[in-house]
Write a protein that binds this ligand. Structure first.
Ligand SMILES: NC(=O)c1ccc[n+]([C@@H]2O[C@H](COP(=O)([O-])OP(=O)(O)OC[C@H]3O[C@@H](n4cnc5c(N)ncnc54)[C@H](OP(=O)(O)O)[C@@H]3O)[C@@H](O)[C@H]2O)c1
Length: 292
């Protein structure tokens, strides 16, 4: 496993396991298996409705709590100081832990500066080891990084071969914020697992297209958190530490950038913001999630 040291000295694994869209009833077993395979970072969120499953999976795994790095995220319905503070306590309860390793603001929406202050205070109180943001575009990240008391440790944004986020990455490096990729496989879109260039690079090492993606992003100093509910894919996605891509491979990987591939969530699109404030929440509630 590779680790990265965050700007507050906390160490985060460079490869983790995401549980967005993992059904709440299956989450505990998936997380238990992921920990058995070797993952030590689990990425959940209040809005995923499966924090309880994550807590149960960690407990069932037998892996010591201090060996597992748990990330969760404050949802947009909690973007005030008071609601964010209460929701952090609720997340702790659901996860069955007295601290969360990394708490992120899920979106730059609502009173996120108030919510960020609540995270700063929860960090001081020892409830959170590190705090950060997600889906903050470069100008929003500068705003929070320069005005907040605590510079975000992480910004988790959509990052995959077709949207490598070089400019956003440079901005994060400048601010001392670690870059974490959500949807490193572009959620399977654009036929990524059969991409000829990725497959060709992988063939030199006996690796799949997906393994090349994870390795390339880590070599770009990006933390990756692929999601799968299948044990064989958990193992495949974890098996990326015994080869190294060359400078030439990385140059080829860079050519996969493709602005014509639509963003998975385009926060510049009012319809996306409406969806996140409404339908997204309803959809998760239908899946049995309890939102705050
Ligand atoms: N902060 C945010 O706003 C945000 C947004 C999205 C995601 N995230 C986080 O990022 C994590 C990863 O992103 P994501 O879940 O959206 O998408 P992703 O990891 O890019 O892709 C997941 C998809 O790829 C499939 N898959 C995984 N490994 C595979 C393999 N080796 N071969 C073939 N198919 C494979 C999965 O199917 P199966 O499960 O059927 O195997 C699933 O359909 C999430 O789980 C979540 O923790 C955060």
């Amino acid at each position: 496993m590779f680790y990265k040291t965050l700007n507050n000295g906390v160490k985060i694994p460079m490869l983790g396991y995401g549980v967005f869209q993992t059904p709440p009833a299956e989450t505990a077993e998936c997380v238990r298996q992921a920990l058995e395979v070797g993952y030590r970072l689990i990425d959940t969120a209040q809005a995923y409705g499966n924090e309880e499953g994550v807590g149960a999976g960690v407990a069932a795994s037998g892996v010591a709590r201090d060996e597992v790095f748990i990330t969760s995220k404050v949802w947009v319905s909690n973007m005030t100081y008071e609601r964010a503070a209460a929701s952090i306590d609720e997340s702790l309860k659901k996860l069955g832990t007295d601290y969360i390793d990394l708490m992120l603001l899920h979106q730059a929406m609502g009173d996120y500066t108030g919510a960020y202050r609540a995270m700063e205070d929860a960090c001081k109180a020892g409830k959170l080891r590190a705090i950060g943001v997600s889906n903050f575009y470069p100008e929003r990240l500068v705003d929070v990084a320069l005005l907040a008391e605590v510079v975000p440790a992480v910004n988790q944004i959509e990052t995959h071969p077709f949207r490598q986020q070089a400019e956003a990455h440079a901005n994060m490096v400048d601010l001392g914020v670690a870059h974490e990729a959500w949807a490193p496989f572009a959620e399977g879109q654009n036929d990524i697992f059969c991409n000829p260039l990725l497959a060709c690079i992988g063939a030199n090492y006996g690796k799949t297209a997906g393994q090349v993606v994870l390795r390339a992003l880590m070599q770009q100093d990006v933390i990756v958190i692929p999601k799968t509910v299948h044990r064989d894919r958990m193992e495949q996605n974890f098996d990326v530490f015994d080869f190294e891509l060359t400078v030439e491979d990385m140059a080829e990987f860079a050519t996969l950038e493709d602005p014509s591939v639509p963003r998975i969530f385009d926060h510049y699109d009012p319809a996306t913001v409406k969806y996140l404030l409404g339908e997204f929440v309803k959809k998760n509630q239908l899946n049995g999630a309890t939102l705050y």
